[in-house]
Ligand binder design. Sequence first.
Ligand SMILES: [Cu+2]
Length: 243
Amino acid sequence: MATSSTKRSLTRFYWAWGILTVVGVVLSIWLPHRYVPRMMSNDGNLSLTTMILFSVLAAPVASGVYAAALHIMHADRYRGEGVPPAAEPIRENTKLLVTWLTVSAVLTVFVLVWGLGALAAENSTSGNPLVVDVTGQQWVWTFAYPGTHVVSNELYVPDNREVEFRVTSLDVTHGFWVVNFGVQVDANPGVITTIHTTPDKLGTIEVRCEQFCGLNHAFMDAIGHVVTPSQFSAWLSSQPQGA
Ligand SMILES: [Cu+2]
């Protein structure tokens, strides 16, 4: 039954829901831009966009739960006199329940469809990738370029061309993680695992190990560079032609 106190109380609930949603949306957009490293590949951009989008969509759902909890705690708090009042009946408010369930269901279906699309996009490949053989060992990364004899401890890749990393390990399991590309895959001894992405910004990139691999795991990182195709060719030909 909608008494005046019910109306007042639900108004407070809607306000709390709205304010918490705004706070959640702002944090969902601001935090990743503030703390996530610069993304420099198609997969990195897609992952970041997906993370921000999902956080924004989750904000009204999470805020609804928090607002309901606050509403119930407020309505049910015991003031020390007589029988404590029951929580105002959110569950009897059909309009509110239908809205809540519909919004949640639509958001869930959207997230599912978006996620499947993003997964398919990340799995698609171009026909002519640059192949880089990546080898992890305690505690360094080595990058070799098939078709040349170039072996380097710094990763060089050209801009705007798909790179296929063929990743393996000489000893224990490592984790190959190109932070700014948003891609990572395990480096297993005796197995070659491939992962691919397309760099889309010039600059310095960070390669790390993300699988605990022994004493100096934390120091197992490498510097990388996304350069123009002509700079890449110049770098390749300037390298000592090793074994
Ligand atoms: Cu490691």
